[in-house]
Write a protein that binds this ligand. Structure first.
Ligand code: ISJ
Ligand code: GLN
Length: 806
C-alpha cells in the first residue's frame, strides 16, 4: 500500500528540477468549454507537457496500465452532465480502479472531483440552486494543497455537489477514504447556512479533487497557481517515494475518437482556376472625398446584383465591386452540396458534394495559393471573400462525443412553430469572390479603390477610369431619400408580424433552467424567431431595390459597429450587429470580443446606471462564463502562453442598448499550435489567412450565442428551440487575401430567402434571444429578448409609426 499522504509533502526540490526534464500530465477532457484553460494553466504553471484524451476514447492498445506509466499524473477535467451517468465521465471511472503499484497522482476538477467523491461513497446530488459563473470565497484547512491558503476566491460552475449528508455517521467519523480540505458556506432557503465540500484528498491514495475552477479568469490567480504547485510537488514526491517514472513520454498529444480527416477536395483546384486573374498585388488609388459607403455601393452595384457591404462605425467599411473575375460560392450543410457560379463572362457553374471539413480545406487551400503580398498599408482587405456562415454550419463543425445525441441539422416538423416552418432556408455558407473592392476610412473619409487584376492597374485602366468617375459623383438627393421612404412605407404598411409566443418562450426558459439544474449546462443562449411577411413590390425595380432600401433605413435607425448588407442570390441580409466574433491581423494575432449583458437605452438610462445593473451577480456571471469559453476557444488555436484577456466585463454604449463586453486576444504560433488544431494539415504555414480560417472552423458557432459548455448546450438548445436559426447566430465578414479577416456575430439582423422572387409575398426573419442562467426570470428574459428584437423589428414599421411595434 502507498504511504500516507502526509509523508509526501516534499521540500520543493522536485519543482525546482522541473526545468531540467519536462514531465508529462494526462488531461482527461469531458468536452467542456473550459478544458484548454485548465491545460494552459498546467503547462504555464508547472512547465509540464500535457496530453489530452477525451472521455470517450479507448485506452491505447486497450492497456490503460501500460499507457499510464508514461505520465507523472492525471488531471480529470470539468464537464457537463452527471458523474452518476457512465457516458458523462467515460474513462474517468477506470482511474479509480487502479491499485498498488499502478497508482499515480490524480487531480479532479469539478466533474472530476465529483467522480472521485462518488466512487468513494459520497452521493452526488443537486444543489438547492446552481452556482454557475459565481465568484465566491471558500475557506480551507490551510494544509496539504492549501498550504498557506486559508481562504481563496474562486469561480464556481456547478449544479451538483458532494453530499456529505449521504455518508452515515460512522462513515463520516472514520471517513475511511476521504478527507475534505475546503468548504463553501451556502445559504439555503430556510436562511441557515450549510457547508458544501470544495476540495478533497484520499487518505491512502494520491487522489485530490477540487469542486471549483482554478483556471477561470476570475479565480484568484496567484492562490490557484500555488494550489497547483502544491499538488504537483506532492504528486512528484509520491512518484519518487514509490519509485514511479522514468518511462519517457509518448509522442501523442491528443487522443480522441474524433477524426475529421478526409480526402482533399478536387473542387479546390477548380476554385483556383476561377481565380487566376487575381494577382499577388492589390493595386490601389486613393481619393480624399467624403463619400458614404452607401453612396459608393450604389454607384457600383446594380440593384439585385450580388453585393456585400461590411459597414463599420469603427475604422473601415468594405464594399464589393463586381468584376469579370467575380464568382460566388454556396454550401448547404444538410445536403453537403457546394455550388460555384461565375457572375460574368461564361457564367460557368460547378456543383459538387463535399463534407464541411472538405469545404474548409478547399477555402484554406485557395486563400493560401492566392496570397496577396502587397496592397494599401491602410486597407484591411486587399481582395478575397466577403459573405457569411450560418449557425448550422457552425454546429456541423463541433466535435460530436461518441454515443451522444448528435447535434444534427435536420428538424422535426413542430406544430408549435408551424407558422415559420415552411420558410426557405438560405445556404449555410455564401461567399462572394472579390478582386475589386473599395475601402472607406471612416475616420478620415478617405476612399481606397483597389484591384488585384493586373490589367486594372494599367494607365487608363479600370482603377484610373473609376477614380475619375468617383471624383465626379454627386450623392443622392433629399428628394430621392423621401421617395425611398414612401416606397418602403407602401410595402411595410401591409406587413404581418408573427411574434414568438410569450407562453412558449417562457416555457422554453423553464426547460433551459431544468437543464442548468441538472448539470447539463452552465448557461444557455435561448433564441426565438419573429417573422414579417410583406407583399412583394409589384415592379421589377421595386422588387430588387427593396432589401437595399430596407438596409439603409436600418443603418439610420440602428447604426451599429458591424452594420452589413448582403444580396447573395436568393438570400438577402440586413444586419446591425454590435458584436465582433473574430478578427485576425496579417501577422499573428486573433481577437474575440463576446458580448453578454444587455440593457435597453431610454432617456433615463445612463451608462452609469447600466454599469450598476450589469454589475449584478447575474449579469457578471453570464459574461464571465462566455469569457472563459472564449479563452478556451482561443487556447485551442494558440496553445498555452498565447492567450490574454485585454478587457473583462466592461460596459459599452451600442446605440439603442448598453452591452457588457470582454476582449480576449491570442497569438498564433505555427510551431506550437493549440490542441483543437494540432492534428490538422497546413498549419505550419506562416500565412495568417490559413490560421484565421482554422480559427473560424474551430470556434463556430459563436460561444455568446450558444452558452457553455458549447457542444452540450447546442444539443439542448436544438431540442428546446426546435428550429433552424440559419443566418441568425451565424457570422458575417471578410477573408482577406493579404492574410487578415474579420467576422461579426449575426444578431440584430433580418434576412430573407426565396427561390421564387416573382411570388406575391416575401418573408423576413429576425432572431432574438438572450442567455438563460439559473438567476434568470422568465419575465426578465422575455423583456430582454424584446429589447433586442426592437432594434431591428421597428424598422419594419412604416416610418410615421416607428416604435409602434412592441
Ligand atoms: C441573442 C442575442 O444577443 C446575444 C446575447 C446577449 C445577452 O444575452 O445579453 C448579448 C449579445 C449577444 O451575444 C440577440 O441579440 O438576439
Ligand atoms: N463544471 C463542472 O464540471 C460541472 C460538473 C457538473 N456537471 C455540475 O454541474 O455540477
Amino acid at each position: 500500500m502507498a504511504p500516507l499522504l502526509g509523508s509526501w509533502d516534499g521540500d520543493g526540490s522536485e519543482t525546482a528540477q522541473l526545468s531540467k526534464t519536462q514531465k508529462s500530465i494526462l488531461y482527461v477532457d469531458a468536452y467542456d468549454s473550459f478544458s484548454y484553460n485548465v491545460v494552459a494553466m498546467l503547462e504555464e504553471t508547472l512547465g509540464a507537457k500535457v496530453t489530452v484524451m477525451t472521455i470517450d476514447s479507448e485506452w491505447p492498445d486497450g492497456n490503460m496500465r501500460e499507457f499510464l506509466r508514461h505520465y507523472e499524473a492525471i488531471v480529470l477535467g470539468p464537464g457537463p452532465g452527471n458523474p452518476n451517468l457512465p457516458k458523462d465521465v467515460g474513462i474517468m471511472r477506470d482511474i479509480w480502479n487502479l491499485q498498488g503499484a499502478e497508482l499515480l497522482p490524480v487531480l479532479g476538477i469539478c466533474l472530476g472531483f465529483q467522480s472521485l467523491c462518488l466512487h468513494h461513497g459520497v452521493s452526488i446530488d443537486r444543489l438547492p440552486y446552481p452556482l454557475h459563473g459565481q465568484v465566491r470565497h471558500i475557506s480551507t484547512s490551510a494544509k496539504d494543497v492549501f498550504e498557506g491558503l486559508p481562504s481563496v476566491e474562486v469561480t464556481l460552475y456547478h449544479s451538483l455537489y458532494a453530499n456529505m449528508d449521504s455518508l452515515s455517521h460512522s462513515q463520516r467519523l472514520s471517513s475511511d477514504h476521504l478527507e475534505f480540505l475546503a468548504w463553501l458556506s451556502l445559504e439555503n432557503s430556510s436562511g441557515s447556512d450549510s457547508e458544501i465540500p470544495m476540495a478533497v484528498r484520499h487518505r491512502q491514495k494520491p487522489f485530490w479533487g477540487v469542486q471549483f475552477h482554478p483556471e477561470s479568469c476570475k479565480s484568484e490567480k496567484d492562490a490557484c497557481k500555488s494550489l497547483l504547485q502544491n499538488w504537483w510537488r506532492m504528486a512528484l514526491t509520491f512518484n519518487k517515494v514509490v519509485g514511479r517514472g522514468g518511462y519517457g513520454t509518448l509522442s501523442e498529444t491528443i487522443i480522441s475518437p474524433q477524426n475529421d480527416m478526409s480526402a482533399f477536395p478536387d473542387v479546390a483546384y477548380e476554385m483556383l482556376k476561377w481565380s487566376e486573374a487575381t494577382s499577388a498585388v492589390s493595386a490601389y488609388r486613393s481619393l480624399g472625398r467624403g463619400l458614404t459607403p452607401e453612396d459608393v455601393s450604389e454607384v457600383f452595384n446594380k440593384p439585385g446584383a450580388p453585393t456585400v457591404l461590411f459597414q463599420s462605425n469603427g475604422r473601415y467599411s468594405i464594399i464589393s465591386i463586381p468584376s469579370p473575375g467575380s464568382w460566388r460560392l454556396e454550401y448547404s450543410v444538410e445536403t453537403q452540396h457546394l455550388s460555384l457560379c461565375q457572375l460574368q463572362g461564361e457564367h460557368e457553374a460547378v456543383e459538387k458534394t463535399l463534407s464541411v471539413t472538405q469545404l474548409w480545406d478547399a477555402l484554406r487551400y485557395l486563400m493560401d495559393m492566392k496570397k496577396v503580398n502587397l496592397g494599401s498599408p491602410e486597407s484591411p482587405f486587399w481582395g478575397g471573400f466577403l459573405g457569411y456562415f450560418s449557425y448550422e454550419l457552425g454546429l456541423a463543425c463541433l466535435p460530436h462525443p461518441k454515443g451522444s445525441d448528435h447535434v444534427s441539422v435536420s428538424y422535426e416538423h413542430s406544430t408549435e412553430r408551424s407558422s415559420t416552418r415552411s420558410l426557405e432556408d438560405p445556404p449555410d455558407a455564401s461567399l462572394l469572390w472579390c478582386d475589386r473592392s473599395i475601402i472607406i476610412d471612416n475616420n478620415t473619409g478617405n476612399l481606397i479603390l483597389q484591384s488585384t487584376r493586373e490589367s486594372d492597374n494599367q494607365p487608363s485602366g479600370w482603377l484610373d477610369e473609376t477614380l475619375k468617375s468617383l471624383e465626379a459623383y454627386s450623392s443622392s438627393s433629399r428628394a430621392d431619400q423621401e421617395a425611398d421612404a414612401q416606397f418602403l412605407n407602401s410595402i411595410l404598411c401591409e406587413g404581418k408580424i408573427v411574434f414568438p409566443e410569450e407562453a412558449i418562450y417562457k416555457r422554453q426558459i423553464e426547460s433551459c433552467k431544468a437543464e442548468l439544474e441538472a448539470g447539463e449546462s452552465y448557461e444557455l443562449c435561448l433564441t426565438s424567431e419573429t417573422s414579417i411577411t410583406l407583399p412583394t413590390p409589384t415592379t421589377e425595380e421595386g422588387r430588387i431595390t427593396f432589401p437595399w432600401k430596407l438596409y439603409k433605413k436600418l443603418r439610420k435607425y440602428n447604426p451599429a459597429a458591424f452594420s452589413a448588407f448582403a444580396d447573395l442570390g436568393h438570400a438577402k441580409v440586413v444586419s446591425s450587429s454590435p458584436e465582433c466574433f473574430l478578427n485576425w491581423d496579417r501577422e499573428s494575432t486573433l481577437e474575440m470580443k463576446p458580448m453578454k449583458g444587455t440593457v435597453r437605452k431610454t432617456p433615463e438610462m445612463t451608462i452609469e446606471k447600466a454599469r450598476e445593473i450589469l454589475g449584478s451577480t447575474k449579469e457578471m456571471a453570464e459574461n464571465l462564463m462566455i469569457a472563459d469559453l472564449i479563452r478556451h476557444d482561443l487556447y485551442g488555436i494558440c496553445g498555452s502562453g498565447g492567450v490574454h484577456v485585454e478587457k473583462l466585463l466592461e460596459v459599452e454604449d451600442h446605440g439603442r442598448v448598453y452591452q457588457m463586453i470582454t476582449h480576449v486576444k491570442g497569438v498564433v504560433n505555427p510551431d506550437h499550435p493549440g490542441f483543437a488544431v494540432r492534428h490538422m494539415p497546413q498549419l505550419k504555414s506562416s500565412n495568417m489567412a490559413v490560421h484565421g480560417l482554422t480559427a473560424l472552423q474551430r470556434c463556430l458557432p459563436p460561444g455568446s450565442m450558444t452558452g457553455a459548455p458549447k457542444e452540450r448546450s447546442c444539443m439542448h438548445l436544438q431540442n428546446i428551440e426546435d428550429r433552424k436559426r440559419s443566418i441568425y447566430s451565424g457570422v458575417m465578414g471578410y477573408l482577406d487575401l493579404g492574410g487578415g479577416g474579420s467576422f461579426s456575430v449575426l444578431i440584430r439582423t433580418a434576412f430573407t430567402c426565396t427561390t421564387e422572387p416573382q411570388g406575391q409575398q416575401q418573408t423576413w426573419r429576425i432572431g432574438a434571444g438572450g442567455a438563460v442562467t439559473t438567476l434568470s426570470t422568465a419575465e426578465g428574459e422575455w423583456q430582454e429578448m424584446l429589447t433586442k428584437l426592437r432594434t431591428v423589428c421597428n424598422v419594419f414599421a412604416p416610418s410615421e409609426a416607428e416604435g409602434a411595434s412592441r
